[in-house]
Design a protein around this ligand. Structure first.
Ligand code: HEM
Length: 137
């Protein structure tokens, strides 16, 4: 197995588990039933870690390409748009999860659930964009 394949595969492992976490942990907060504030806090930390892993492993994909080919991944058009959407979701997801952990004790119940729904939406949109990045790259 070449070093390049191994590097891509290891980054992909982190990226895949990160993707499962950012979608799964956000949905688990309110579906099939709403979790207690204690459980929401634990899910919030999981989500923050998941978004951090996504951003870091996403950057590592670029780093592996730079290392082995001397240039970032060669993508155009729809693939670039999909990547921008994913980066936007990662930034928004990180900020949203951090705000939830830091400030939600002062928020109304309704505001907290709005934040959870937004977090789930960022995950779902990013995962959808990943399919477009994959097949238009
Ligand atoms: C800073 C944010 C991100 C960056 C820079 C990034 C970058 C990348 C790159 C370069 C690939 C490889 C594309 C290819 O050549 O096939 C990839 C794959 C993938 N990304 Fe991301 N990503 C980011 C965030 C996310 C997020 C938030 C999710 C999901 C919630 C996600 C899900 C995936 C999945 C599932 C794949 C594999 C697609 C496939 O091969 O079928 N990514 N990402």
């Amino acid at each position: 197995m070449s070093a390049e394949n191994l590097a891509y595969a290891l980054v992909q492992v982190a990226h895949n588990f990160g993707a499962a976490t950012v979608v799964g942990a956000a949905l688990a907060a309110f579906w099939p039933s709403r979790q207690t504030t204690d459980a929401q806090r634990r899910l919030g930390w999981l989500l923050l870690a998941g978004w951090a892993v996504q951003a870091l492993s996403g950057v590592l994909f670029g780093a592996v390409s730079l290392h082995f080919y001397g240039q970032p991944p060669d993508i155009h058009g729809v693939a670039i748009a999909a990547l921008v959407v994913k980066i936007g979701c990662a930034v928004a997801g990180l900020l949203c999860a951090a705000s939830l952990l830091r400030f939600s004790s002062q928020w109304s119940e309704a505001a907290r659930w709005r934040c959870w729904h937004a977090l789930a939406a960022f995950g779902v949109v990013a995962l959808t964009a990943a399919a477009f990045l994959r097949w238009y790259a």
